[in-house]
Design a protein around this ligand. Structure first.
Ligand SMILES: Nc1ncnc2c1ncn2[C@@H]1O[C@H](COP(=O)(O)OP(=O)(O)OP(=O)(O)O)[C@@H](O)[C@H]1O
Ligand SMILES: [Mg+2]
Ligand SMILES: [Mg+2]
Length: 307
């Protein structure tokens, strides 16, 4: 098989681990920078050119699309779909996962637990919004934030009002969320591949920090999920349409609460914490799907020739 990893940088841990694993599994690997792809649309013949050369003979694609280039990255993934090439993350699911509000709406419908969250544009009713998530302390989150930047804890009523008003006056879109104090600055990342949790870790913020993001100085440790946590992770990934996902949750007194579902989850933290070959699980999943696609095709061809 020839597997393309869409990534802006082949030196990144996740990208190089995937390439190494693809090659160890006896396949061919190519890293393509999605921003250097030209997408050609014409009747019955969608194609992609990479720095002027037509891309051919690809069996599967693993998208590793950064949050800042979702628009272009998802267009490249969609073009591969148009060319009937299997992609480990569907373009639709990728776009869906990048919108925190849309994700929460989908997860709520799927019956997944989450911190109570309000989205508002209407700044004159700030007091009511604050009351509706149970009053302070509460969390205000930029819809487009990542790596913990734009996640603010408002400890008091006054702080909450002025933070929400400040964001609104900047025309920034925010959600207001119940603060899960009992999580104590820890969150859980469950790594899902093909309907199974293949690894899980606990991330802990550094002292005095409520955000557990590794980019904010947090640390990681291996954990075993309980039944409820495992179920929440699987339902969350499935309802978002993701076969590969990093599901983030907080453990609360009323069970696990999903924060977000990541469609390009990093491999470094989870492989370090679990000492497991997660990249290998991803490649096994792709092998299975590409084989299924081939079997379906040959069955269709046989039915046609028999008819
Ligand atoms: N409602 C909440 N209650 C308590 N802690 C929270 C809450 N929301 C977020 N946090 C903490 O802040 C961290 C960052 O929040 P979140 O994951 O929503 O933001 P992000 O910027 O999208 O981060 P990421 O880089 O993971 O995408 C979480 O990992 C968690 O530790
Ligand atoms: Mg995020
Ligand atoms: Mg997060």
């Amino acid at each position: 098989m020839h597997i393309v990893v869409l990534s802006r940088n082949s030196k990144l841990y996740s990208t190089s681990r995937l390439v190494e694993t693809i090659e160890e599994s006896g396949h061919e690997a190519t890293v393509l920078d999605h921003l250097k792809c030209d997408l050609v649309s014409e009747k019955d013949n969608p194609s992609i050119y990479y720095r002027g050369t037509k891309i051919e003979g690809v069996d599967a694609v693993i998208p590793r699309i950064g949050a800042s280039v979702t628009f272009y990255g998802s267009a490249v993934v969609r073009q591969f779909e148009m060319m009937k090439i299997f992609t480990a993350v569907e373009s639709q699911a990728l776009v869906r996962s990048r919108d925190k509000l849309r994700s929460l709406q989908i997860l709520a419908r799927a019956g997944v637990g989450m911190p109570k969250t309000v989205f508002t544009n209407y700044s004159s009713e700030v007091k009511k919004v604050i009351a509706s998530v149970g009053g302070p302390p509460l969390i205000v989150k930029l819809l487009e934030g990542t790596q913990g930047v734009g996640v603010v804890l408002a400890p008091t009523q006054k702080a909450a009002e002025s933070i929400i008003q400040a964001f609104h006056s900047m025309k920034a879109r925010v959600i207001v969320q119940e603060f899960i104090e009992e999580a104590k600055g820890e969150d859980i990342r469950a790594f899902v591949v093909d309907g199974k949790v293949v690894g899980a870790m606990k991330r802990k913020g550094k002292d005095g920090e409520f955000r557990s993001n590794v980019h904010r100085g947090g640390s990681v440790e291996l954990i075993k999920l309980n039944k409820q946590q495992r179920k929440a992770a699987l339902v969350a990934a499935r309802s978002m349409g993701l076969s590969i996902a990093g599901v983030d949750m907080l453990q609360s007194d009323r069970g696990p609460l999903i924060l977000e579902v990541n469609s390009s989850p990093g491999l470094e933290g989870i492989e370090r914490a679990t000492q497991k070959d997660i990249a290998g699980q991803i490649i096994r999943f792709i092998e299975k799907k590409v084989q299924q696609q081939r079997d379906n095709k040959s069955t269709r061809r046989k039915i046609k020739s028999d008819a």
